[in-house]
Design a binder for this molecule. Sequence first.
Ligand SMILES: Nc1ncnc2c1ncn2[C@@H]1O[C@H](COP(=O)(O)OP(=O)(O)O)[C@@H](O)[C@H]1O
Ligand SMILES: [Mg+2]
Length: 472
Amino acid sequence: MKLRTKFSLFSSILVIIIIAGVSIFLFIAEKRLLIKEMKEKQITMIRGFAQVSRESLISKDQISLLNYVSSLKKERGVVYTVLVDDQKNITAHSDLAMLGSEVTDDVGIKAFEAQDLLVQHFKDKDGQEIADTALPVIIGGKRAATARIGFSQDVLNAIIKKTLDNTRNRIFGVAGVALLLGIFGSFILAQVMTGPIKQMTEGAKLIGQGKLDTVIDVKSKDELGDLAEDLNLMANQLKELDQMKSDFVSSVTHELRSPMTSIGMNLDLFLEGAFGKLNEEQHNTLKVMRDNASRLGRFINDLLDVAKLERGKMEINPAPMDVNPAIAGPAELAKVQANSKNIDLVIEIPEGVPQVNIDSDRIQQVVTNLLSNAIKFTPEKGKITVKVQDNDEKFLQVSVCDTGMGIPKDQINKVFEKFEQVKGARKQVKGPKGTGLGLAIVKALVELHKGKIWAESEVGKGTCFHFTIPKA
Ligand SMILES: Nc1ncnc2c1ncn2[C@@H]1O[C@H](COP(=O)(O)OP(=O)(O)O)[C@@H](O)[C@H]1O
Ligand SMILES: [Mg+2]
């Protein structure tokens, strides 16, 4: 899972949990508040009723008491209102038919005997749940009557439910909007956070590929910014080290080149008999020395070329010319070496191919390198073909194909990197093993000509290296 996805998922879940928590809390708090308000209202009503009853008992005003009783009955949730005198007789009732009768039911007796506010829950004969609220009416320190109001619990519950439904809908609405904003916000935040990380990953990848000039452009003034700065610093130091290494290799190889050349030339003179006739043993030993010296000389030249290429100091001098000398020339020279291994070397250059715009020496170096590989990695009695094809508007394609050991698919692009050799291939080669610099130089030289190089290969069947050179 991507960091950005993880981050937005995590913060979205967090937002959902917070909003759900807050909503539940609000809902419960609202419910408690409602119930409390209801109870307070009931108490206020019963106190008001007791007060009015007291006043009308004192002033013996039966009419206004009855009026008050029936007005109370109109309040929502009120099922009945009763005033019972000190003889348990009903002196006022919202149901006029009850007037004058004596209280005998359980709830009525308990209410009559209670010294203070008493709330009793019971079910009436219709099965309706009632909260009976009773309060004594005291006149001159003595209980003169008992005021009672019956509230319907079902009606009260319905009122609470309706209010809570409204509250819930409102909370859902607000929570929905908050959720959308929260998720959107966390997505944006994730983007902002992971943007620089992505930039750094890409930068680090480039640095890893050896592109040490990479500068990671993260400007934020936080840990990510610091990390980017450190990565840039690291790349810079790597670049300096790389430069030092290249300079060192280049100066050492320069120092080695002249003595090597001199050793080679003198050995040649010896072998030509310039210092007297050699016996066979002397001749053979000197020949081995000369071969080693020239191999070392080639390695030194390769190292110098690589150093030059890496510093961007390699220059080519392209000029319009026929393709033949640059391609067929080195191929003809390689025939001797190929024939000594019983390898058939065929050159196929069609008549009338257009001229090319190349640095002849450098393209000859490319062909020589590819041919020396082909000869090295092809067993006896194999075949090597050097071919030129005119299959593009701007480029000619040159191919060097062999019937040798081939290159495994997973390594076919790696062989163009310096010091890379196919694993296990060295063991199968007789004679000098090479150093893995050849193809790196070849690739760079082809690319300096704006051409491309690629390989096709099948293990055990053979390999083709193709490259393109620009037409004049
Ligand atoms: N024609 C070929 N057939 C098979 N393998 C090859 C061929 N050319 C190159 N290779 C593989 O690519 C590697 C790199 O080649 P190169 O850069 O010329 O280095 P070197 O020849 O010094 O080993 C070789 O070591 C070999 O494993
Ligand atoms: Mg080679």
